[in-house]
Design a protein around this ligand. Structure first.
Ligand code: ADP
Ligand code: G6P
Length: 473
């Protein structure tokens, strides 16, 4: 058992990946048959929280990534990790069902119809209680507990009931929907009360915080002043904290000679085209991958772009593959890729390179360095870190970002070529403006965005949130 911690992070997943014996690196934990190897997973959140977790002997509570009994708590790189078990049935009902087939589409503007199932709601409740109980067990007297994201919205209230002494923060990484949409959720009052268990509820954007405050008033009649809600004799603050990336890490990668060499190699492998257009997304229907492909196809058909002068690379990371919406999307995207290559490719010269794979951070950085134009066109996205990573990787200040107005990042990266992804002509125009922008203008835009990112990295995001939470009496 780990000691009780004064700082606890609760997230659906632990920030670790299990490594197999043939993967180099990784630390061994446990003994005998239970010996397993883990490695810290890449990602801004864990990087940002790592110093705080180490300094405050923090514990991270989450799922290990494999179904079945949880591994024993262990320590990795100075962080205490407390695995929570999820069975196959929990995964099907709580994770794939309620989290990713109900809440995820509903909170992303219903871009796919959410599915409502009573047994999923019950599983969501049971699993949220499991996480809350784990947090109640490891948190020291008066500890700060920071709960992350839409999978765990009931945890704040459950935890407060178990441990009223704790200071509880919650951060939602995805959008928070307008009242009219949220009201469709059969579990709506329970989810809202769940979130109101926190002292501070953080969102990516101010509009989302306002949606939340207005919703509480609408559904529960809670009075508020400014961004503070009065709820059951307590005050709950709602505020915006736009998340960011580890800017230094991406800049170091982009500056690494091996990564640069790899970027040159990628361009050569693509046939040294004049313009490399890149998309990097989880294969998710919120990302607008189909819309982007269609815009590219129409530009090729109209002769405004041509192969091999331009080439598109679409990385689509496998994601939530057992959820029906995702299976349907994969079929649609792959059909569109096939159509474009069928119409515009030649032997050895495809128009779209489609990669349904995960990559290392350095390979991603090399792709960013190799791309003249980055297309980030989600129909709705809480933030979109890929957009920020691309900007951070463009050390020479060149390159152009086409960015959807519906990504949280559009609130900060104003020098991108912004577009409405639902308007195909607007996407095509933004892409053409990005392809044809002159070098001086491209550099100017990129350097303004880089300056913004350098001042607003993920460490600042974490410290802003924790400072505001700490200041709450
Ligand atoms: P989301 O959180 O919805 O997946 P974001 O763009 O905010 O979208 O974050 C995605 C993160 O996943 C980024 O840090 C990005 O670098 C990483 N990523 C995306 N595609 C891949 C891939 N194929 N391999 C490895 N990492 C990826
Ligand atoms: C988004 C969510 C995260 C989630 C991630 C990957 O960024 O906000 O909570 O962890 O996608 O999705 P997955 O379902 O694989 O954890």
């Amino acid at each position: 058992m780990v000691d009780r911690s004064p700082f606890v992070v609760v997230a659906n997943r632990l920030p670790v990946d299990e490594v197999t014996t043939d993967t180099p690196g990784g630390r061994v934990t446990g003994s005998g048959d239970s010996r397993r190897r883990w490695r810290r997973s890449p990602g801004g959140l864990v990087t940002a929280l790592h110093p705080v977790l180490v300094e405050r002997h923090g514990t991270w509570i989450g799922w290990s990534g494999s179904p079945g009994p949880a591994p024993e708590p262990f320590e990795l790189d100075g962080i205490n990790l407390r695995p929570v078990p999820l069975s196959e049935e929990d995964l099907e009902r709580y994770y794939e069902g309620q989290s990713n087939a109900t809440i995820w589409p509903l909170y992303h503007d219903n871009v796919e119809p959410p599915v409502f199932r009573r047994r999923w709601r019950e599983a969501y409740r049971v699993v949220n209680r499991r996480y809350a109980e784990a947090a109640a067990e490891v948190a020291a007297q008066g500890a700060t507990v920071w709960v992350q994201d839409y999978q765990l919205q009931l945890v704040p209230a459950m935890l407060r009931e178990l441990r009223p002494d704790l200071k509880i923060g919650f951060f939602l990484h995805i959008p928070f929907p307008p009242i009219e949409l949220f009201m469709q959720l059969p579990q709506r009052a329970e989810v809202l009360r769940g979130l109101l268990g926190a002292d501070l509820v953080g969102f990516q954007q101010r509009l989302a915080a306002q949606n939340f405050i207005r919703l509480a008033r609408h559904l529960l009649g809670t009075p508020y002043h400014g961004n503070v809600i009065e709820y059951e004799g307590r005050q709950v603050k709602a505020d915006a904290f736009p998340i960011s990336i580890d800017v230094g890490e991406m800049q170091r990668l982009a500056d690494n000679p091996l990564v640069r060499e790899r970027a040159v190699q990628i361009r050569a492998e693509l046939g040294d085209p004049k313009t490399v257009i890149l998309g990097v997304d989880r294969l998710d229907y919120t990302k607008g991958i189909e819309h982007r492909l269609k815009a590219y196809r129409e530009l090729l058909a109209a002769g405004r772009l041509s192969v091999p002068e331009s080439v598109m690379v679409q990385v689509a990371t496998p994601s939530r593959e057992r959820v029906e919406h995702y299976q349907a999307l994969r079929i649609k995207v792959e059909r569109e890729v096939g159509r474009i290559n069928g119409d515009f490719g030649r032997v050895g010269v495809p128009a779209v390179h489609y990669l349904h794979q995960s990559y290392s951070r350095s390979e991603l950085a090399a792709l960013y360095c190799a791309a003249d134009v980055m297309m980030v066109t989600p129909l709705r996205d809480g933030m979109n870190l890929v957009a920020k990573e691309y900007v951070a990787a463009r050390l020479e200040h060149g390159g152009a970002l086409v960015l959807s107005e519906f990504a949280g990042a559009a609130g900060e990266l104003r020098q991108a070529f912004l577009c409405n992804p639902h308007d195909l002509d607007a996407v095509k125009d933004a892409l053409m403006r990005a392809v044809t922008v002159d070098e001086h203008e491209a550099r100017r835009r990129m350097s303004v965005m880089q300056r913004h990112l350098r001042r607003h990295d993920v460490a600042r995001w974490a410290s802003d949130f924790l400072t505001e939470l700490g200041a709450i009496p």
